[in-house]
Design a protein around this ligand. Structure first.
Ligand code: NAD
Ligand code: UDP
Length: 323
């Protein structure tokens, strides 16, 4: 297969590059390094089956030749306004990447009769009123709230993807990704696991927004990539498919686990003012559809995934400021 993958220099994108190359495919990566890192692709720079095209997906795409699949993963993904890479600081880019970028990706797939796979998100469920969240739930999103630039753009991207399927018969897939973590996330990404690991490695208090009672369900990256590859290859109806780990933790439990694993003397710091309107109170995927359709479910327990992630973060932090 020849695959065109947007967001290839990002966290998930670079892991997908590795997996697709390992499976024998050719990969054309497209990225403008808005939130991605060149280091994530340094190890494939000389791989003959990999090409990198530096391009903003929200601008008309160059013709890069026939492909069998277009995987659209480009988009800022962190909701944290305290990080320069958080989508609150990249609001227009986030909306255009998911609207215009999705349109150009769909057009590219249509031109070459390729399969199109959209990286959507659990954020389409907003601050959910149904728990856990099945794909049949339509969500609870404030269209003028602080998260809207991401949530509504992803909802638009899903609607556009279905329009191409219904109108042109394009072969499409939509994956709704729930909180995923692992090696190669930016140290300054702003999402909760990178923040907590960096703080713990520096022996600082972990910053808990609100009282820490909000929940998330964390999926290790290898599990997620396996699910995405299965969804790419399966002969499936074009329904959205949730991929995530249904083991649910409060943010307080997550912080305590990371402090214990790293024996962090820094403790915790509660920052109520940082808990934003629209921050989902509970999130956990219903993965029955993925189990039935793909025979998929996550295998890596939280502590094991955190240990692997901590090793990568320790290495990169040390390379930044060896002492
Ligand atoms: P990331 O920020 O590490 O990767 C995103 C990549 O997209 C970066 O390399 C960035 O430079 C690139 N990009 C952004 N805008 C671009 C543009 N206009 N043109 C070209 N490239 C552009 O984030 P991630 O966690 O790897 O997320 C990847 C995808 O998965 C995103 O679409 C995100 O919404 C989705 N997702 C991720 C998670 C998660 O938990 N990691 C959860 C739900 C959805
Ligand atoms: N969070 C926190 N401290 C941090 C970063 C995040 O308590 O340093 C909280 C955040 O308010 C949210 C949860 O952790 O309730 C998950 O945040 P993240 O940014 O990882 O992603 P989200 O699931 O909200 O998109």
């Amino acid at each position: 297969m020849r695959v065109l993958l947007t967001g290839a220099a990002g966290f998930l994108g670079s892991h997908l590059v590795d997996r697709l190359l390992a499976d024998g495919h050719h990969v054309v990566g497209m990225d403008n390094f808005l939130t991605g890192q060149r280091a994530n692709l340094a190890h494939v720079a000389h791989e003959p089956r990999f090409t990198l095209v530096e391009h903003d997906v929200a601008q008309p795409w160059p013709d890069l030749g026939p492909v069998d699949a277009v995987l659209h993963f480009a988009s800022p993904a962190s909701p944290n306004a305290a990080s320069p890479y958080g989508y609150p600081n990249l609001p227009i880019e986030t909306m255009l990447t998911n609207s215009q970028g999705t349109y150009y990706g769909l057009e590219y797939a249509r031109r070459y009769a390729a399969r199109f796979l959209l990286a959507s998100t659990s954020e389409v469920y907003g601050d959910p009123q149904v728990h856990p969240q099945p794909e049949t739930y339509w969500g609870y999103v404030n269209p003028v709230g602080p998260r809207a630039v991401y949530d509504e753009a992803k909802r638009y991207a899903e609607a556009m993807t279905m329009a191409y399927h219904r109108h042109y018969g394009l072969d499409v897939r939509i994956v709704r990704i729930f909180n995923t973590y692992g090696p190669r996330m930016r140290l300054d990404d702003g999402r909760v696991i990178p923040n907590f690991i960096v703080q713990a490695l520096r022996h600082q208090p972990l910053t808990i927004y609100g009282d820490g009672s909000q929940t998330r369900s964390f999926c290790y990256v290898d599990d997620l990539i396996e699910g995405i590859v299965r969804l790419l290859h399966v002969d499936a109806a074009p329904f959205p498919v949730n991929l995530g780990n249904p083991d649910e933790y409060t943010i307080l439990e997550l912080a305590q686990t990371i402090n214990r694993l790293l024996q962090n003397p820094g403790g915790l710091r509660f920052e109520p003012e940082r808990y934003l309107e629209g921050d989902p109170k509970r999130r956990r995927p219903d993965i029955q559809r993925a189990k039935t359709l793909l025979g998929w479910w996550p295998k890596v327990p939280l502590e094991e995934g955190l240990r692997r992630t901590i090793e990568d973060f320790r290495h990169r932090l040390h390379a930044q400021s060896p002492d």
